[in-house]
Design a protein around this ligand. Structure first.
Ligand SMILES: Cc1ncc(COP(=O)(O)O)c(C=O)c1O
Length: 490
């Protein structure tokens, strides 16, 4: 493989910046307001503010809190605001992290080490400690288990509401269980799990209860203040030990901003890593990273100060109204149905008559970007393949136009046939077990859909590929995605 070395001679700053700008040509044009996924767009004025705040603290290093007291202050103030927002009290503590995944990894580590400290037999056992998750819990918990050598016990959810089934969760607990998880809200269906019931179960069994509020923690309190009836989900609930909440979602902070909150310091202690057993400086880190830029925490602090509670409430009012409009559209359309009933501002919908991935492609060809989610099946139900709309303030001016285009695209694709490539791949897949085929054959199959080894080029993942992926079991999808990742980057 050819390797491009560092340029022998440097280039003027302006040239370098222009080239960087040019690289974006194929990226999603999120500033258009037509992207209904991935972005949590605060609008131009707020974006300018977070950039300035980020740049002001870009070079400060969070490695050693005694060297930059400003970063300790910013983090403590952000945590205090976050804790107050989700029912924390004077005992609540927390840390600023790089994102929801890091917050979740830390909560799982704290739960593991807390459980080991209370139940020494866990540390001696050859069986890995277990975390009990509804199948709707974010993949970050699986990642945490992968990194921390925990076992995931996956529990089916209610097939109509897509909320955790408390009785099934209880049945899944055995003597190796350490932790129960509930989401507020779940990513895929945007619903709140029965947190008080799950927390009561955790308490009765002596387990750690974590609420994943990465997506919903910030916005839900506003929705409630606007009159939306929602079940209890935050730190006020008896039995909740920790809660994660992202600020780089609906607080509109710069990416790299989440918090992990604990009911009490005695729980957070298990999160902290310290090492004095080497020849260099002693390390004590509350979070995963050691050296880290002060930019994200400064930007998060700045946006909270700037938008303020009244600003967030107003944004939430607009987003809530728009979500109700989307829900009404889906409910009234004869070909569509909503998966579950959204508790916040994401709406997932599917269809029995319209090929959903082709519908997404047709919509995207009209200049939008909507995300699809693959189907997930279990013995007592399924979450069918669907389109998942994330409704942001920056999207609102386009809402009617999007809904009209969805309506028109349904007519376009309703009776369309699968492409020849989908059919070929379907036949090939019927003959192979993807979890067991050799790397070379898998690479050849990926080349058929435009993924060429080591090319660094990004294929367009459209209906053809999604229809094939949708046929696969999760383990086979994981194999394909792992190989894809390994090919994508040189
Ligand atoms: C419910 C939930 N938890 C966790 C995460 C992970 O967050 P991040 O992508 O910031 O790591 C997400 C991301 O969308 C989420 O929706």
């Amino acid at each position: 493989m050819s390797r491009t070395p560092i340029p022998p001679k440097g280039s003027p700053a302006q040239d370098v910046l222009e080239r960087l700008e040019g690289f974006r040509a194929a990226d999603l044009d999120w500033r258009s307001g037509k992207v209904w996924a991935y972005m949590y767009d605060p609008g131009e004025e707020s974006e300018a503010l977070i950039k300035r705040a980020y740049m002001a603290y870009l070079s400060e290093n969070g490695l050693d809190p005694t060297a930059f007291p400003s970063l300790v202050r910013l983090e403590n103030e952000v945590i205090a605001m976050a804790a107050a927002h989700v029912g924390g009290d004077e005992q609540t503590v927390g840390n600023f992290t790089s994102g929801g995944t890091e917050s979740i990894i830390l909560a799982c580590k704290a739960a593991r080490d807390w459980a080991r400290s209370k139940r020494p037999e866990l540390a001696r056992s050859a069986q890995r400690p277990k975390i009990v998750l509804p199948s709707t819990a974010h993949a970050a918990f699986h990642k945490a288990a992968h990194y921390l050598d925990l076992e995931v016990v996956l529990v089916d959810v209610d097939p109509d509401t897509f909320k955790a089934d408390v009785a099934a969760m209880e049945a899944a607990i055995d003597e190796h269980a350490i932790m129960i998880v509930g989401s507020a809200v779940s990513y895929a269906h945007c619903v709140i799990d029965p947190i008080p019931e799950l927390a009561a179960l955790a308490k009765a069994k002596g387990l750690w209860m974590h609420v994943d509020g990465c997506m919903g923690g910030f916005l839900l309190p506003y929705f409630r203040r606007l009159g939306r009836e929602l079940p209890d989900f935050d730190l006020r609930v008896e039995g909740v030990c920790s809660m994660s909440m992202d600020l780089h979602k609906y607080a509109f902070a710069a990416k790299g901003a989440s918090v992990i909150l604990y009911k009490h310091k005695s729980l957070r202690r298990h999160q902290i890593f310290t090492c004095a057993n080497w020849t260099g400086y002693s390390i004590t880190n509350a979070t995963v990273q050691s050296s880290k830029s002060g930019g994200p925490v400064a930007a998060a602090w700045a946006i909270l100060q700037h938008v303020g509670d009244d600003g967030y409430l107003e944004i939430s009012r607009q987003v809530l109204e728009a979500t109700e409009k989307v829900t009404k559209f889906v409910d009234e359309h004869p070909d569509l149905f909503q998966l579950g009933s959204t508790d916040m501002n994401h709406v997932s919908f599917s269809s029995k008559r319209v090929p959903i991935f082709r519908l997404a492609d047709a919509v995207n060809e009209r200049g939008w970007y909507v995300q699809v989610q693959l189907g997930y099946r279990w013995q007592g139900g399924e979450s069918p393949a669907n389109i998942h709309l994330v409704i942001n303030p920056a999207n609102l001016r386009w809402l009617d136009a999007l809904l009209e285009d969805i309506r028109a695209c349904i007519e376009e694709v309703r009776d369309s046939e699968p492409s020849p490539l989908t059919k070929t791949l379907e036949q090939t897949l019927a003959q192979v077990d993807l979890t067991n085929i050799d790397d070379e054959t898998l690479r050849q199959m990926m080349a058929m859909v435009g993924i060429t080894p080591g090319s660094g080029s990004v294929p367009k993942v459209g209906a053809e590929i999604n229809e094939v992926l949708d046929m696969l079991e999760p383990a086979a999808r994981e194999r394909v995605f792992t190989e894809f990742m390994n090919e994508l980057f040189v």
